[in-house]
Design a protein. Structure first.
Lengths: 237, 216
């Protein structure tokens, strides 16, 4: 904002205030001083700045003088206590501050277990993938042998017309590989009877009424139903 | 008590050497001046006393680092101004911001506002007039925090524009403009209040009228 023209000189109010505060350069200060000398209105405004400053100083000093001395003494007591407390704290032995690496290690302490677990998982993954990818043919080497289970021929079944036990695939797993290849579920393999009497179950028809057990001529018919009450076996000679 | 920089330096040196009595003398020398500055900023007695306490605790803690490149009171006042500005920022007084904006952009603020010097009489006597000083306090109350801050830093602490800009986190130009508007607003409020200020001898009547005005 510019003041009204004062003769040939433009002196803004802000410039006048800056002159009052001693913030102008020497050249500008000389120009303002000359304008103040030449213009009574400008001189009046300059004096107002001084009066305002004096009023503020005296007004606040008066306010400070209204506070009782006892209040300032109370404040000093608080300061004195704080100083004594500082001195006591300073005289106590300080703990040795850890090194920068120690502080970093401490900062990451909560993340250690998850990080180690993630690293371990990543290592296992990399190892397994590496095993699979290193040699495509190596996968077939893992299952080293697949042979049918040893089937016992039925001595009493000369004509061989009876249902032959299907050779159940037996999978031999390589020692280093825990992967188990299960047999095909659609084909029933003969199950070994625990008492080793040579009896074998050759066929079971679920929900039906037939069955045959070799080799002593004993036939056991098993009636199997979904009803629990009829699940008991009936044995006939 | 008249103080000089050399007196302060001796006391500071003694306090730095651990003389608590010397530090207490420094406190007693500046307690009211610091309070006046803090009250000028904050307009609240207890807040100002809190700042006084905090300032001297801080001064004592940093006293070993004080090398005397500036005078003690300049250093002390800078700490006080810093604490007051922090206090104001924490408080965030909305009322004053609104008042500041309204006055700053009003036509009345832009036009000249003169103190009624003729009615104040002798300026040397005017600054001792209780009614005038009461009006000054009321006018300070109405200023915004920022305007009051620059007025106090300049008129009480004698800080340079550069130091004020550093304290308030703005440019020198902003300080120059802010100080101009602060003074203009202050003059405007005072001129309204002091239009018919009587002489000191008739102060009781004026005091009543001012009290009634403040109450209304």
């Amino acid at each position: 904002m510019m003041r009204d023209q004062i003769g040939a000189t433009d002196i803004s109010d802000e410039m006048l205030a800056a002159y009052f505060d001693g913030e102008l350069s020497d050249a500008d200060a000389e120009r303002v001083a000359a304008a103040i000398d030449a213009d009574a209105e400008l001189r009046g405004e300059f004096e107002q700045l001084g009066l305002l400053g004096g009023l503020v100083q005296h007004g606040l000093a008066r306010k400070a003088n209204q506070v009782p001395q006892a209040r300032f003494e109370q404040i000093w007591d608080e300061i004195d206590r704080a100083i004594a407390n500082d001195a006591r704290t300073a005289s106590e032995p300080k703990e040795i501050s850890p090194s920068i690496w120690g502080r970093v290690w401490a900062a990451f302490k909560p993340l250690r277990v998850p990080a180690i677990a993630a690293a371990a998982a990543a290592a296992v993954t990399v190892y397994v993938v590496g095993q699979d990818d290193s040699d495509p043919n190596k996968a077939s080497d893992t299952v080293v042998e697949v042979t049918p289970s040893p089937s016992t021929p039925e001595p009493g079944n000369d004509d061989g017309a009876g249902p032959q036990p299907m050779p159940a695939p037996v999978t031999k797993i390589a020692d280093a590989n825990p992967v188990v290849v299960p047999p095909e579920p659609s084909e029933l393999a003969p199950m070994e009877v625990p008492d080793a009497s040579g009896v074998e179950i050759h066929n079971i028809d679920l929900g039906g009424g037939g069955g045959r057990i070799s080799n002593t001529g004993t036939v056991t018919v098993l009636y199997l139903d979904e009803e629990p009450a009829q699940a008991d076996s009936e044995r006939s000679l | 008590m008249a103080t000089t920089d050399s007196d302060d330096q001796e006391l500071v040196a003694a306090a730095q050497a651990g003389d608590r009595r010397a530090f207490q003398t420094l406190y007693e020398r500046y307690e009211r001046k610091v309070y006046a500055v803090a009250y000028g900023f904050l307009r609240n007695q207890e807040d100002a006393l809190d700042v006084l306490q905090e300032a001297f605790i801080k001064v004592h803690r940093y006293l070993p680092n004080f090398e005397g490149q500036s005078s003690f009171y300049t250093w002390l006042y800078r700490i006080v101004a810093n604490l007051c500005i922090d206090h104001l920022r924490r408080a965030g007084r909305k009322r004053d911001v609104e008042f500041d904006d309204k006055l700053k952009h009003s036509e009345a603020s832009e036009s000249s506002a003169h103190l009624p010097i003729s009615s104040l009489g002798d300026p040397a006597q005017a600054v001792k007039n209780k009614e005038i000083l009461s009006a000054v306090e009321a006018a300070l109350d109405q200023l915004s925090d920022k305007h009051r801050a620059v007025i106090v830093m300049r008129e009480l602490q004698g800080m340079s524009y550069a130091d004020m800009a550093k304290e308030m986190g703005c440019s020198k130009g902003t300080i120059m403009s802010r100080l101009f508007h602060a003074r203009r607003n202050m003059q405007k409020i005072l001129s309204t209040r002091l239009d018919h200020v009587p002489e000191e001898g008739d102060s009781s009547e004026a005091g009543d009228s001012l009290t009634q005005e403040a109450a209304s």
